[in-house]
Design a binder for this molecule. Structure first.
Ligand code: UD1
Length: 380
């Protein structure tokens, strides 16, 4: 292992699906000859299914991980603890310049905590986002990871205010834009057309051109773990589907909760078509061609803003406020009337006309790698 993870290297961490599109452009930027530092990749194994992991590595051209911890699923405590236990020996056997984590998943905080206690600097990409909702596991992961980080890279200006309020020195914070949008811009020419995905999934009752379709994703514990909330959301979506057919690529967690709550009938009686989790290029195509996207995902709020597609967020808050103030996103919560009203407004007006936020220009990973190289050489 020591041969793999030597000095002069940044150890980049991925774990769950939303990490993959963030790490891909960073690995690419470190591989360029002008970067003195190189990168190695560790996958915690938090997401492991072919649809949740392999499709993303292939499509995003992410190199095979140098280390795979293979942790799999578990409760939050079990999963976080297992990652920590398995990550510590990796750092015992290696001397990376820093450990770079992205986003807000359990793998992010677990690896940051192990690294910082070993005296290895932590770099956090996508720092400073706050929903203000501490019942979200990701909010806890965000706050703690930022506290542990030496270098913090932000996607929007407001993030610096959040970090300053929490006592983080502004010199450590760098506004570089959004690596998720680097991936989007890089891969958009190769997006799989929505009609191809529909045909491949055997969906014959939705025509991507004819009147359009809406795209749904749902997986937040607050929306899918409580059967009452889940039933309410599925009922609203079923009503919307009478007007606009809905396509619902379903996360394994959500599929399990629908089955546990015995709610399959609600879907069966509607014009909602469920398909398995989609690859990155398929999702890009489905988002790009959708008339409206209804979601509780953080990344999709950003991607729809970048694509100029109306997004209705089925949450009470967002940690990505720029998608509302500048982009195409509306945060409606989970109240039936509010969702229907917002849907009607979008259908009537075509949705908000947003703009592309500052530095969401495809060059964020390159800026990150330049800052890290300068930081590492000044620390020597
Ligand atoms: C995690 C992240 C969330 C992110 C989401 C994207 C945390 C706290 N949450 O949530 O921020 O938006 O990923 O997908 O880290 N499962 C599989 N196959 C897999 C992975 C998971 O079947 O490859 C199932 C398992 O039953 C598992 C459940 O999905 O128990 C949830 O997976 P987990 O990684 O715990 O959290 P996510 O809900 O995916």
């Amino acid at each position: 292992m020591s041969a793999l993870l030597g000095s002069g290297q940044i150890l980049c961490i991925v774990g769950a699906r939303p990490n993959f599109m963030k790490i891909a452009p960073i690995m690419r930027a470190f591989a360029r000859p002008e970067s003195a530092l190189s990168a190695r990749l560790l996958h915690t194994g938090q997401h492991y299914d072919a649809a949740m992991k392999h499709a993303f590595f292939e499509q995003l051209n992410i190199p095979e991980p140098d280390v795979d911890l293979g942790v799999g699923s578990g409760s939050h405590a079990q999963q976080t603890a297992e990652i920590m236990k398995r990550f510590e020996p990796v750092l015992d056997a290696s001397t990376p310049v820093a450990v770079l984590v992205v986003g807000d998943v359990n793998s992010t905080i677990a690896c940051a905590l192990v690294a910082v206690k070993k005296g290895i600097p932590v770099i956090h990409v996508e720092a400073g986002l706050r929903s203000g909702d501490r019942s979200m596991p990701e909010e806890i992961n965000r706050i703690l990871t930022d506290q542990l980080s030496e270098l913090l890279f932000t996607t929007e200006a407001e993030a610096l205010d959040n970090l300053s309020r929490e006592g983080i020195a502004p010199e450590r914070v760098h506004f570089v834009g959004n690596v998720m949008i680097d991936s989007l811009r890089y891969n958009l020419p190769n997006a799989v057309p929505a009609q191809t995905t529909l045909t491949n999934a055997g969906v014959t009752d939705v025509d991507s051109a004819e009147g359009g379709y809406g795209l749904v994703t749902l997986h937040r514990p607050s929306n899918v773990d409580d059967p009452v909330v889940l039933a309410r959301l599925l009922q609203v979506l079923a009503r919307i589907s009478q007007r606009t057919p809905l396509l619902f690529p379903i996360h394994p967690r959500t599929e399990a909760r629908i089955a546990d709550a015995g709610l399959e009938g609600l879907l069966a009686d509607s014009a909602i078509t469920t398909i398995g989790p989609q690859g990155y290029l398929e999702m890009l195509g489905l988002m790009k061609d959708a008339r409206v996207v209804l979601t509780d995902s953080g990344g999709i709020q950003e991607e729809t803003t970048a694509l100029g597609v109306p997004c209705i967020t089925l949450r009470e808050n967002t940690e990505r406020p720029i998608t509302v103030t500048q982009g195409t996103n509306t945060v409606v919560g989970t109240d039936e009337r509010a969702i229907l009203q917002c849907y009607e407004d979008v259908m009537a007006s075509g949705g908000k006309v947003g703009c592309i936020p500052e530095l969401w220009d495809g060059g964020s990973a390159q800026r990150i790698v330049e800052v890290i190289n300068a930081w590492a050489s000044s620390a020597q």
